[in-house]
Structures are given as C-alpha cells and as structure tokens.
Design a protein around this ligand. Structure first.
Ligand code: ATP
Ligand code: MG
Ligand code: MG
Length: 593
C-alpha cells in the first residue's frame, strides 16, 4: 500500500519474509518444551507480533501507539498479533486492569483472540496469553541454565549486589557466590522455590560478565523471592521471574517473530539474545528465535503517560477517576469523544522512528477533527445563552405563540444522512457573545441596526439589548425581516455578514456541557512539580440549550456543535438519565491564542 508511510520496521519484516527466515523453523519436531506451546500455531512462516502490557494500570495513549503498530503490522503482512498480559509482578497486578486492558484493545478494533490456534478438537479457539502460564517452563529453563553453569544463586544483600555491580566507569566485582558448584546452585534454587529462604535473601543470577561495558550484562537477576498471591497462579509460587528474563521467553514460546519495544529497552537486547541463544542451544526453544526491535516512545505535549503519576492524579482527586475525559487513558479519551479511527490516524501521523521527541497536542486534536468532520452529525447548541426576543413575531407570523418549522442537513456534504428539524419562535436562545451595544471593529453579529441571519431561519435586524444594574446582558431585541427564510425564493435578496446559531426557547433542551481543555498547562509536563503543571481551567461546566435532535443522543454518540467543535454525549451521565455533553475539541486549535 503505497499510501502508507514507510517505516524501518516494515523494511525489517519484508527482508525477513523475503529470506524466509521464519520458514526455517522446525515446528513440532523438536523434543524440547517449545513444541508444547508452539504446536498450536498453524503457520510458522507468518509474521507474529505481540502487545505485552503489564496489568498494573489503565492503558494510555502511548500504549495505543504500540497496539496500533503491532496489530497493524501483523495485519499488513498477513500475520497475527497476541495480546499478552505480562503478569510477572504479583504485587501490582489486578483483575480490574486485565479487564480494562482487554476492553481497550477491543475498543480500538483489534481482536484479542488468536484465530489460527486450534484447540484439541481442531476447531478454532479464542485465546489470550498470560506470561504466568509459562511459570513452569521458566522454572525449568532456569534449572537448565544452572546445569549448564550459566546461572547461580547469589546470597549477597541487595546493597552488596548494587555496590558490586559497578557503574559506567567501573567494572563490577564478582560475587563470592559466583563460583558455587552446579549442585549447590541447584540445591539453593530449589530451596528458594520451596520457601526455605526469606524474601530478599537470595536471587538467581545469570553468569555472564561482571566487566561488561553493558551493565545489563553484569550477571542480571533472573528470579527473586516474593511471597505474594498472584492473580492467576495464586500461592503456587514464592519465587517470580524478573521481567528481563521472562519477556524473551514469553516471546519465544509464542513463536513471536518481531518483538517491538520502546527505545529504553535497547540496552536489554544483548541479554534478550544471550538468553534465547542459550535456551536454543539447550533445545528448549526453536531457532531462529524472535528478535527485538526498538522504536521511540510516544510523547505528546501537555500529556503525561507515566502510570505512577496518572495514579497520583486519580488518588489525590485532581481528576474524576481513570476515565476522566481529561485523562490520557484510552478509557478517558473514549469518554472525551475520541474514536478509534481518530487515535489510529494520530498514531500513523506521529510516525515510527528511532529518535524520540514530543508530538504537539494540536496534532491529536487535528486527527480527531479530520476523522469526525466527514461523519459527525451537526447540531446547534447555545453554550452561553441569552434570550433574543423577536418583537414583531406575532404580527408577522399570526400570533406570539406561533412556531415556524425549520430544517437543516444532518451533515452539510452528506445529504443522504437526512435532515434535522426544529422550530423558530418569538423567543430564541443565542450566544451572549453574539451581541454588542456598539459595533467593535470587524464584528458583524448583533448590534443595534445590524442585520444577521438566524442560521437555517430568517434574517433579523437588531433593535437593542437590555442590561441589568450590574451591566450583565439579560435580553436582546430584534425584528424579523419578512420573506427572508432560508431555502425560500428570494431569501438571499438581503445580504448579511453574520450568520448566528440559536435554538428556539419553545423546543430547546437544557443540557450540561463540560468544556474540557488540556489537563496540563505545561507543554512538557513531568519535569517539574506535577500539581504546579496542571491547567487550572481544564474543566469549565456550563448550562446550555441544545436543539431537539439531541433528545435521544445515546451515551458515546458524537456530534459537531456548529461553531463550537466536537462533543460527545457522556456515557456515565447517560446511564443515569442525565443529558451531558463533553467537548472533545474545539473547531480549531485556539490554545494560547
Ligand atoms: P509504565 O512505565 O508507565 O508502567 P509501561 O510502558 O511499562 O508503562 P507496559 O504495560 O509495560 O507499560 O507497556 C506495554 C507496552 O506498551 C510496552 O511494549 C511498551 O513499550 C509500550 N508503551 C508504553 N508506553 C509507550 C509509549 N509512550 N509509546 C509507545 N509505546 C509505549
Ligand atoms: Mg512495563
Ligand atoms: Mg515501564
């Protein structure tokens, strides 16, 4: 597809496919453990990707980038993508997060099951992957490494281990436990597993090179002791594999071909390869094993994606939960009015590169507008209402209570979407900012003596405005200009420069409108004091009047409020029978203007 921007990962995959790199794998023929997991995979030549979130929080926009990248690449090359819960850290993980992650991936439009994995009866089975399902294999692989002299149980204290690791300028120092015999290591590792050692009393380490210039290769930890109940394996284990050990194994057992991660894992790649090379030598996994590739993580201005900081905002009540429409979580963006298509377009436009940087928040909103503009039903809404009285209405229309039928296309370019209907009457709600006592320069809306069109209705001529003692505008008056109704012959005989939105007092619906703005005023939040960086005006609530076509707006339904931008019916409020609209984005970027 030549319309798709190229990225370096496509080159890697295409070259691998051309050379048949993964066709060479001998599936099911190996005596090792690999076949146990891999035999369900019908086509080893396929590109096989994965998205491996840790279920310790809600997914955010950075994860959307990773989900989009992995699932789209798999789709493009006729392969599959696994959703794998990287659940090796029992203390921080919860079922609530597993569920929210699954929902978010499905909402984005990606199937979380693997269609080509048949069950025992040969029929296709839905499947999700959990790293914890491989704990038995990981344990066996660790005993294999010990047996091969490639791992040892270190019983130094955590401080000693840290101190002996050295740093960028200083090589590390060998642990006194490094030269233990295979038998002793095996016995101590089994003692760890059997609960004979206290939490933190020992770790299993790879035996690689304490002088390596890459600190990740200085005998990294493989296992630690942690008495914690796991959401999947319960109390079966009191030792848990480290992420750096578990992750390459998870990839290998699932026959992943290209394992994509963010740049901060670049220094981990030598260990990833070291481990899988050793396990392949032991015939525990298939060759060629998966390869890791890194790309720059997504950073968006005015947005924070650290789960820890997002949790702080939730716990301290600065936002209304993980799905607050200002949150960069997928649950929040969804409630804000973002659609899967908008987020995917944003991901695509943000590019896939090896060098980081900040993407402007404005491009997130631009992707929203560009995807919603062609499809969003239009509606009129008055957010800062003041009453306009058409003083000659009764005289011209046959009574003060008379109502005139008006209609407008649901979408200006897609007439097949149909039309919406509403009334015009003697009293209408208009925006208070559409009236001035004296014409400011360049202002063509309502001021005494000026004519404007009530959009889709008639032309009116403003005769004045009334203010209360404090100077607040309380009413505007105007006269209807006869024979000017939109869509009737001669309606355009009188040219006007102003075309204002309105809703009739007779059929307008009251609604709460939540005007959301970016959560952080700071362009690059996260560097300073979090709370000082917040935008104090990220939510302004108003009581608005909206046109009757919005009466039945279902939670999650999106609209363009003419002149005002893109809004969505709030899902939570809708389930409670309240009419609330959230602003996703204004009509144009006005930040700082
Ligand atoms: P945190 O550090 O905030 O806990 P995480 O990045 O560790 O988040 P994971 O659940 O481990 O969260 O992430 C799953 C996948 O999403 C990883 O492959 C990770 O690289 C990717 N990912 C996370 N954040 C971003 C981001 N900002 N841009 C691109 N990919 C990301
Ligand atoms: Mg992580
Ligand atoms: Mg992380």
């Amino acid at each position: 597809d030549s319309a798709k921007p190229s990225n370096f990962l496509r080159h890697v995959i295409e070259s691998d496919l051309q050379q048949g790199v993964y066709t060479a794998r001998k599936w099911g023929g190996s005596p090792g453990d690999a076949q146990h997991h891999a035999q369900g995979m019908q086509d080893p030549a396929k590109v096989r990707m994965r998205f491996p979130p840790e279920p310790n929080g809600y997914l955010h926009i950075g994860h959307a980038k990773s989900i989009w990248l992995n699932f789209e690449l798999a789709k493009e090359y006729g392969g599959v993508c696994h959703l794998r819960f990287d659940d090796t850290n029992p203390e921080k993980e919860e079922q609530e997060y597993v569920d929210s992650i699954r929902d978010a991936v499905r909402w984005l439009g990606y199937a979380t099951d693997l269609a080509d994995r048949p069950d025992a009866a040969g029929t296709t089975q839905s499947h999700e992957y959990f790293a914890s399902d491989y704990f038995d294999f990981m344990y066996r692989a660790a005993e294999y490494l010990i047996g091969a002299g490639l791992a040892y149980v270190d019983e130094q204290s955590a401080e000693e281990i840290r101190a002996n690791r050295g740093d960028f300028n200083t090589p590390g120092t060998d642990s006194p436990f490094r030269s233990r015999s295979v038998e002793e290591n095996l016995a101590r590792f089994r003692a760890m597993r059997d609960g004979q050692l206290d939490d933190g009393a020992a770790i299993l380490r790879a035996k690689i090179d304490m002088a390596s210039p890459n600190i990740n290769m200085r005998d990294p930890a493989l296992y630690r002791i942690r008495r914690a109940t796991h959401h999947n394996t319960g109390d079966k284990w009191c030792i848990y594999p480290m992420y750096t050990y578990a992750h390459p194994i998870e990839d290998a057992l699932e026959a992943i071909t290209h394992s994509i991660c963010t740049l901060e894992f670049e220094d981990q790649r030598p260990f990833y390869d070291w481990l899988l090379d050793r396990l392949a030598e032991g015939d525990l996994i298939e060759s060629p094993h998966p390869r890791q590739y890194e790309f720059a993580r997504l950073n968006v201005t005015h947005i924070i994606t650290s789960k820890r900081k997002l949790r702080q905002l939730v716990e301290e009540g600065h936002v209304d939960g993980w799905d607050d429409p200002r949150m960069p979580t997928l649950a929040g963006l969804r409630r804000r009015g973002y659609t899967p298509d908008a987020l995917k377009l944003f991901c695509e436009r943000s590019g896939v590169t090896k060098s980081g940087g900040w993407i402007d928040y404005a491009s997130l909103e631009a992707a929203l507008r560009d995807t919603l503009d062609p499809i969003a039903p239009r509606a009129m809404a008055v957010l800062d209402p003041v009453k306009l009285v058409i003083t000659n209405w009764g005289e011209l229309m046959g009574g003060d209570d008379a109502l005139d039928d008006c209609t407008a296309p649901i979408h200006p370019h897609h007439h097949e979407m149909g039309r919406r209907e509403f009334k015009l009457g003697r009293e209408v709600w208009i925006e208070a900012t559409d009236y001035e006592d004296v014409q400011p320069k360049g202002f063509f809306r309502l001021f005494p003596g000026n004519k404007v069109r009530l959009k889709y209705g008639h032309v009116i001529e403003c005769t004045g405005g009334t203010r209360d003692a404090s100077g607040k505008l309380v009413e505007v008056q105007a006269k209807l200009v006869p024979d000017t109704k939109s869509g009737t012959p001669g309606a355009d005989a009188i040219k006007v420069k102003g075309n204002i939105t309105w809703v009739a007092a007779a059929d307008a619906l009251q609604a709460e409108v939540r005007l959301y703005e970016r959560l952080f005023a700071a362009a690059n939040p996260g560097s300073g004091e979090l709370l000082d960086e917040l935008n104090k005006d990220s939510l302004v609530t108003c009581t608005a009047y909206v046109e009757p076509s919005l009466a039945e707006a279902a939670g999650g339904a999106g609209f363009q409020f003419e002149r005002h931008g893109y809004f969505v019916a709030d899902t939570k409020a809708a389930t409670q029978g309240q009419r609330v609209f959230n602003r996703a984005a204004g009509m144009r970027d006005s930040w700082g203007k």
